[in-house]
Design a protein around this ligand. Structure first.
Ligand code: SF4
Length: 295
């Protein structure tokens, strides 16, 4: 596979894509539009963010629907999910919940793991920052995954439900997962600018890594932001570093735009002049590489 290099003008082209992007249109379609109304304070932002990012599998309409159903099960107040006094009722209400292969018993266990953590700590930021200080961003995600996985059975804890651990992969483990959903959760918590929530104060936005879903990976690869064809943690680091060279203080601001360029159909993922014509990054796109004229 040949190495593809974008033009030196890529930063300006990405800025143009960002400047023209219809944020309002894509916000309505994004899971964060369901999270924001639930996030009335830091605790609720974290709880809504953990559950919503855990459910962020599949198409955005289904994800938004599942977040709304979960919020309705908690009578609109997601803090109830981590209230130990509500645990029995939570278990009953979640029993029949399904989103793709994610089951209600798994979400109930997740709520229990969070409730246990919040007994001793005010915010998940503490766990993330401890990991960050120990070994960088991937270690911060690993620390979050450890919290969300909960402890082993015993001492009053139920056994983890079948398939539960796979919901929270760590980039530090074999396979070096891109950990897209946890990385998305951290983006929501840290960035203050729209559309994110900005409830964490200790993590600089410049430290963020891009939540590498299939849409972001496709366009990042075709723009030469990474040469890796697989969505590994190595690809996350390469794309994030490339974006950090463009905006050191807020590299991940491009994530929403790149992601929804793919989701919305603004990028057909093939050479189609009727759609690619107005695309700001067409001169950098691998599919148009070598074409001297851009009609
Ligand atoms: S030129 Fe076309 S295929 Fe390439 S990134 Fe732009 S819209 Fe997508």
């Amino acid at each position: 596979m040949s190495v593809h290099r974008p033009t030196p003008e890529l930063p300006a082209h990405l800025e143009a894509l960002y400047a023209r992007f219809p944020f309002d249109r894509s916000f309505e379609d994004d899971p964060i539009s369901e999270v924001r109304p639930l996030a009335r304070d830091r605790r609720r932002a974290e709880v809504a963010g953990v559950f919503a990012s855990t459910l962020a599998i599949g198409n955005t309409t289904a994800i938004r629907g599942s977040i709304a159903r979960l919020a309705a099960l908690a009578d609109g107040d997601v803090a109830r999910l981590v209230d130990p006094a509500w645990a029995k009722e939570r278990r009953r209400r979640l029993r029949d919940f399904r989103h793709r292969w994610i089951r209600g018993d798994q979400l109930d266990f997740l709520a229990g793991a969070l409730a246990e953590y919040y007994r001793d700590e005010a915010t998940l930021e503490t766990a993330f920052v401890q990991g960050l200080d120990r070994g960088g961003f991937a270690a911060g995600l690993d620390a979050l995954a450890t919290v969300l996985r909960g402890g082993p059975a015993g001492a009053g804890r139920p056994a983890r439900p079948r398939g539960y651990l796979a919901l929270f992969p760590s980039p530090l483990e074999p396979g070096h997962s891109a950990a897209k959903r946890l990385t998305l959760f951290v983006r929501w918590m840290v960035r203050e600018r729209f559309p994110d929530l900005g409830v964490w104060r200790q993590v600089p936005a410049g430290e963020l890594r891009v939540p590498l879903d299939q849409h972001v990976h496709w366009i990042a690869y075709h723009l030469g932001l990474t040469g890796r064809r697989s969505r590994s943690w190595g690809a996350v680091e390469e794309v994030s570093e490339a974006l950090r060279r463009i905006d050191p203080l807020d590299p991940v601001r491009f994530d929403f735009v790149l992601c929804h360029t793919g989701i919305s159909g603004d990028c057909p993922k093939q050479r189609d002049l009727s759609v690619c014509g107005p695309c700001s990054v067409r001169p950098d796109c691998r599919l148009w590489h070598g074409r001297r004229s851009f009609p």
